[in-house]
Ligand binder design. Structure first.
Ligand code: FAD
Ligand code: FES
Length: 258
């Protein structure tokens, strides 16, 4: 982990309030596992003093570039969306423990489930799994047609299904409606998205190998401030905890309280 200035190479609006930004810099040399994130200082200003954690959605070591994909909704991310190519960003990273890909071998089948702004880190994941000879099925959930992004990018790597809550694109409803419909064969499930979606997947597949990427509000991002603490499922007293920033953001299903 290192703090460095990265150069903005491109900034593109790819869906409703969703932006994809390409960054270049030496920090990319340190990036490895999908699901890791960077912690971005959006401005020097006092009102956006805290960094914003954003997942790495694509790693391109050859060109020392990476992509982040974010939803512009609060003060910091809206300021991020105004940045132009050529500007520099103060970035801390890569942070956190991402998805483990080396447990899966050629011939294994992984199910990848993303919800909304949880979709981005799964793109680098499917890329790395397919590079290992693992086949992948993807199920992506969004609110509406205008919110759908990366469908074609995932389809390049394997079967890809989309659910929208209002039924304007793909299957009407949640990712779980698609899963009931297609009953995909898989050995390992990887998921990132809203907590209720992660909880539903944990309950749906109690006997499978399931990895979930969690989101918590963060302060430091490096284990020092305790802002991102979550409790363990096997600790009824509630004294034990894990920090999402340094122990996660990826956990095995059943490990922490969702
Ligand atoms: C490990 C991890 C990976 C993430 N990856 C992505 C991603 O790839 N794309 C994306 O769009 N979003 C991602 N998020 C959520 C993103 O960090 C927040 O949406 C963002 O920080 C909100 O900032 P804001 O300026 O829009 O909102 P504001 O309301 O201005 O933020 C105020 C403060 O709250 C924190 N905060 C607010 N919401 C969240 C949240 N949901 N999670 C963590 N901190 C929050 C902010 O960091 C900031 O310090 C991720 C969060 C975590 C923890
Ligand atoms: S964000 Fe500070 S301990 Fe995790």
């Amino acid at each position: 982990m290192k703090k460095a200035w990265m150069t903005i190479i491109s900034q593109t609006n790819i869906a409703r309030n969703i932006y994809e930004m390409t960054l270049e810099g030496e920090l990319v040399d340190l990036m490895s596992s999908p699901g890791q994130f960077v912690h971005i200082r959006v401005t020097e200003g006092f009102d956006t003093l805290l960094r914003r954690p954003i997942s790495i959605s694509c790693i391109d070591k050859e060109n020392r570039q990476c992509k982040i994909t974010y939803r512009a909704e609060g003060k910091g991310t809206m300021l991020l969306a105004l940045k132009q190519p050529g500007e520099k960003l103060d970035v801390l990273g890569p942070l956190g423990n991402g998805f483990t890909v080396d447990e899966l071998q050629r011939g294994d089948h992984a199910l990848i489930v993303g919800g909304g702004i949880g979709v981005p880190p799964l793109l680098e994941l499917t890329k790395q799994l397919n590079r290992r000879g693992v086949s992948t099925t993807h199920v992506l959930g969004f609110q509406s047609k205008e919110d759908v992004f990366y469908k074609n990018e995932f389809a390049y790597f394997g079967d890809t299904y989309v659910a929208t809550v209002d039924g304007t694109y793909g299957t009407e409803g949640f990712v779980t409606n698609v899963l009931e419909e297609i009953q995909p064969p898989f050995t390992t499930l990887f998921a990132c998205g809203p907590t209720p979606m992660l909880g539903a997947l944990e309950n749906l597949y109690p006997d499978k190998n399931v990895y979930l990427s969690l989101e918590e509000r963060m302060g430091c991002g490096i284990g020092a401030c305790f802002a991102c603490v979550c409790h363990l499922q096997n600790d009824p007293e509630g004294y034990s905890y894990k920090k999402v920033c340094t122990d996660g953001p990826v956990f095995r299903a059943g490990e922490v309280v969702l």
